[in-house]
Structure formats: C-alpha cells, structure tokens
Design a protein around this ligand. Sequence first.
Ligand SMILES: Cc1ncc(COP(=O)(O)OP(=O)(O)O)c(N)n1
Ligand SMILES: Cc1ncsc1CCOP(=O)(O)O
Ligand SMILES: [Mg+2]
Length: 209
Amino acid sequence: MKLRGLYAITDSQLLAGGKLLPYVEAALEGGARLLQYRDKSDDDARRLREAEALRDLCLRHGAQLIINDDLELATRLGVGLHLGQQDGSLSAARALLGPRVVIGATCHGQLELAEQAAADGASYLAFGRFFDSSTKPGAPPASPELLEEARARFAQPLVAIGGVTLDNAPELIARGAAMVAVINALFAADSAAEVERRARAFSQLFEDS
Ligand SMILES: Cc1ncc(COP(=O)(O)OP(=O)(O)O)c(N)n1
Ligand SMILES: Cc1ncsc1CCOP(=O)(O)O
Ligand SMILES: [Mg+2]
C-alpha cells in the first residue's frame, strides 16, 4: 500500500472508558491510512483482544494496522510493526515478518539512524518529535528542516511525529513528510464525530499538497 496521509496512533489514557473502538473507527472513517496500536501495559490478553478488533476495523476501511514495540503480537496477527531504537532488532523483525509487511523505525532527529534503519529494511522512517508533545514530552527533538535533507537522501516515505496539529502539519508535509503521525490532536476530543472531523481535515492536507 502507498504510505501517504494520516497515521493515527492510539493512546490508552485518551481512549479509556470504551472510546478505543468508536474513536478509532471515526479516525478511519475520516481517512487515516495507518493505525498504530500503542499500549504500554503488560495485560497480554487485553492487548491481543484489542489488537484483533483494531485489525478488523482497519481491514474494513482499507487501512493497515501497525503494532508498537511488540514483534510477537505483530507476528501473531500478521500485521505491521513499529520499532524504536530500544525495541529490538529491525533486521531480525524484517527477516521474520517477510519483505511485504510494513515495518517502521524511529529515527528521532538523526540521519545516521535513518541510514541504519533503511539498510535494515525499514518501510518508513519516522522523525520527531517536531513540536512539544504532551504525550511524550521527553522524546528527542528534531527540526522540520531535517525532513528536506531526509527526503533528498532516502527513498523510503518519511513520517513526522510529535506535537503535530492541523496548524503545523502543512509545514511538515511541504518539507517532505509523506505521513503525519498524530495522537493528541486527533484523539483528545469530546466525541467520535469530532475525531472524524479532525481526521478528515488532516487527510485533506495531503490532497491539497
Ligand atoms: C510513527 C512513530 N514514530 C515514532 C514512534 C516512537 O517510537 P519509540 O521511540 O519506540 O517510542 P514509543 O512510541 O515506543 O514510546 C512511534 N511510536 N511511532
Ligand atoms: C510516540 C512519540 N514519539 C515521539 S513524539 C510521540 C508522541 C506523539 O504524540 P502527540 O501527537 O500527542 O504529540
Ligand atoms: Mg517503542
């Protein structure tokens, strides 16, 4: 699939209390192309249940589910995987999951990390955080100019993450982001209808560019 558009990422706190499935469905209705299941708990049974439900929702909307951090769960479900620098070997994951599965890699603000990730078989290169992020305030920073350098250097699609909003996303897209990965500005909403509206607005930015 073409990796371009809105990349929605779940958040256990924002989507607690029965919001996970309706809010994700709204994001998919609004056009999200990738959905990352990001759950840092160790409740394996719940994680499996939720990830299966999200995989079904993604299937129905022609989107792709990506599991954060957890190669075993991604392998079990036959879906994509996102790995950070501390999350295990990308090349081992590629060897296990095969050439077609989407595997993303965190590159923070460093082109050297992106070189390595590309060599190890990453499907996309994720840079950021670009702006202040209430979800992950301590994430290493990256400057929007970096996207231009990365775009010139790598064939892989670039994902921009960290404090991305409807206001600052256009700059990231103009500088070379093929996708924007968003948590708070998408899911910190009072209703599923509002999530869908925001997802549509993010998706529209890619139509305009
Ligand atoms: C699309 C995307 N980009 C970056 C990250 C961050 O991954 P990581 O550095 O492993 O941090 P955690 O998300 O695991 O806390 C991501 N998850 N998704
Ligand atoms: C997981 C992650 N990695 C770098 S910033 C970030 C959080 C992104 O969330 P938000 O869109 O709410 O800033
Ligand atoms: Mg991680």
